[in-house]
Design a protein around this ligand. Structure first.
Ligand code: PMP
Length: 428
C-alpha cells in the first residue's frame, strides 16, 4: 500500500481533530482517498510519512516560492529563536521588514503585520468601512478572502437578494452587507453601485483569482473597477495574499499598473511562517489604532520568528533581478508540456496561467468566472489528481485551486512532471 503510514496517521487524527485536519481542503474530500502526511521538504520536493518523494506544486499553498527549507529563511529563524520567541513589545525587525515591503510595493506608505491572510482581509475591510463610514462591500463569487464572516457568502441571486449566508454561523445581518458580483463582469459591479448609492465602502477582489483555479482579469476589468470606485468614493482593495510578491516584486498592482487603495498580503510575505499584512497610504492607514479609531490588534502580530522568515524571503526576492522572469519561463514551459500531452490524448481542457500561477481545468469553455470554473469535469480531475500523486507529483486536491510554481523546480523536474501527465493521460 502506497500510503500506509499516512492512512494510519489520518485515522488517529480524525479522532481528535475535526476531519483529521486543521484546514478543510487538506482532507482530500473533493478527490476522495486519504491525505498524505508530510514529514519533511527540501527545495522542490516534499516527502511523506511513507518516505515517498513528490515534486511539489502546492508549495504550502503559495509561500514557498523559493522552494522548501530555503536556507536563508531557515537560518534566520534559527538565529532569531535563540533570542526569545515572542515579547509583545516592538522589535527592530518589524520596522526592517516594513521598510522593505513599502519599498517593493507601489502606492503604500505604511503596512501592518498580522498572523494570516484572513486577518489581513478582515482588517482591510474594517479599515475601509471605518475610513468611508459606509457598510457594504462588493466581493466576487469564487474569490476567497479567508474565513471571516463577511466573506463566507455564497454565490447566486438568493444570497444577493436576501443576504442568506452559505456557512451556518454567519448571521444574515452580516451577509446583507456583502454584495456579490461575477468575476470579470464590470456591468454587474456597475449595477450594484447604482442600486446601493453611497453605501459601498469597498470592492475587494483577488486581482488574479486563484481560488476557483487560476483566472486572470480580463483586459479592462481592473481599470474599470478602479474607475467605478473613484466615481462612487469607494476603496479598491486588492487581496494579494496569493499574488503579492509572487507575480512581481510589487505584486498585481505593479504587473497591471493599477493603483489599489488597500492591499492585503499573506503566504510569501511570511516565508512559510504564519504572517499576513495589510497596507495603504498614510491618509488611510492613519485611521488605525493607536493613531485612529479603527481597532485592530494581535498578541503575536509581528512575531520575531515570523518577521525573520519574512524578511529573509523578501530580501531574496528584492535582490534577485531575474527571479520573476525565471518563474514565468518555467511556468510557461510546464504549460506547453502539459498542453501538448492533453491535446495529443484528446482530453478536453483549458489551461489558465499568469506568471507562476497555473491551473488545468478539464473543460473546453474559457474559464473566466465562478460559473465557468464549475463546468469542469470533476471525475477527470479526480483521476488526474490521484494518477499524478501515484507518479510522485503533488498538485492541489481540488479542481478549484491554483498550482504554485517555485523557483526550486528544475527543468528536469518539469520534464518529469510532463512525463507523469503523459502516463496519467492514457487513463483519463
Ligand atoms: N485571500 C486569498 C486570496 C487566499 O488565497 C487566502 C488563503 N488561501 C486567504 C485570503 C486567507 O489566508 P489564510 O489562509 O492565511 O487565512
Amino acid at each position: 500500500m502506497l500510503y500506509k503510514r499516512s492512512s494510519a496517521l489520518f485515522v488517529k487524527a480524525e479522532k481528535v481533530i475535526p476531519g483529521g485536519v486543521n484546514s478543510p481542503v487538506r482532507a482530500f474530500k473533493a478527490v476522495g482517498g486519504t491525505p498524505i502526511f508530510a514529514k519533511s521538504a527540501k527545495g522542490a520536493y516534499v516527502y511523506d510519512e511513507d518516505n515517498r518523494r513528490y515534486i511539489d506544486y502546492i508549495n504550502s499553498w503559495g509561500p514557498m516560492i523559493l522552494g522548501h527549507a530555503f536556507e536563508p529563511v531557515v537560518n534566520a529563524v534559527i538565529e532569531k529563536t535563540k533570542l526569545g520567541t515572542s515579547f509583545g513589545m516592538p522589535t527592530e525587525i518589524e520596522t526592517k521588514i516594513a521598510e522593505l515591503a513599502v519599498s517593493m510595493v507601489p502606492n503604500i506608505d505604511k503596512i501592518r503585520f498580522v498572523n494570516s491572510g484572513t486577518e489581513a482581509c478582515m482588517s482591510a475591510v474594517r479599515l475601509a468601512r471605518g475610513y468611508t463610514s459606509k457598510d457594504k462591500i462588493i466581493k466576487f463569487s469564487g474569490c476567497y478572502h479567508g474565513h471571516s464572516d463577511a466573506f463566507l457568502i455564497q454565490a447566486g441571486s438568493g444570497a444577493v437578494t436576501f443576504g442568506s449566508p452559505n456557512s451556518p454561523g454567519v448571521t444574515s445581518g452580516t451577509a446583507k452587507d456583502t454584495l456579490l458580483a461575477a468575476y470579470n463582469d464590470l456591468e454587474n459591479v456597475k449595477a450594484l453601485f447604482e442600486a446601493n448609492k453611497n453605501e459601498i465602502a469597498c470592492v475587494i477582489l483577488e486581482p488574479v483569482a486563484g481560488n476557483m483555479g487560476c483566472i486572470p482579469p480580463k483586459e479592462g476589468f481592473l481599470e474599470g473597477l478602479r474607475a467605478l470606485c473613484d466615481e462612487h468614493n469607494a476603496l479598491l482593495v486588492f487581496d494579494e495574499v496569493m499574488t503579492g510578491f509572487r507575480l512581481a516584486k510589487g505584486g498585481a498592482q505593479e504587473l497591471f499598473n493599477i493603483k489599489a487603495d488597500i492591499v492585503c498580503f499573506g503566504k510569501v510575505v511570511g516565508g512559510g511562517l504564519p504572517v499576513g499584512a495589510f497596507a495603504s497610504r498614510n491618509e488611510i492607514m492613519n485611521h488605525l489604532a493607536p493613531l485612529g479609531a479603527v481597532y485592530q490588534a494581535g498578541t503575536l502580530s509581528g512575531n520575531p520568528l515570523a518577521m525573520a522568515a519574512g524578511l529573509a524571503m523578501l530580501l531574496e526576492l528584492s535582490t534577485d533581478e531575474a527571479i520573476y522572469k525565471r518563474l514565468e519561463e518555467k511556468t510557461a514551459y510546464l504549460h506547453k508540456g502539459i498542453e501538448d500531452v492533453l491535446v495529443k490524448h484528446h482530453i478536453v481542457h483549458t489551461i489558465n496561467r499568469i506568471g507562476s500561477m497555473i491551473s488545468v481545468h478539464f473543460s473546453d469553455n474559457s474559464v473566466q468566472d465562478f460559473d465557468s470554473a464549475t463546468k469542469g469535469n470533476n471525475d477527470t480531475f479526480k483521476k488526474f489528481f490521484h494518477g499524478m500523486l501515484e507518479q510522485g507529483v503533488y498538485i492541489a486536491p481540488s479542481a478549484f485551486e491554483t498550482w504554485f510554481i517555485s523557483d526550486a523546480l528544475t527543468y528536469e523536474d518539469l520534464d518529469e512532471t510532463i512525463k507523469a501527465v503523459e502516463k496519467v493521460a492514457v487513463n483519463l
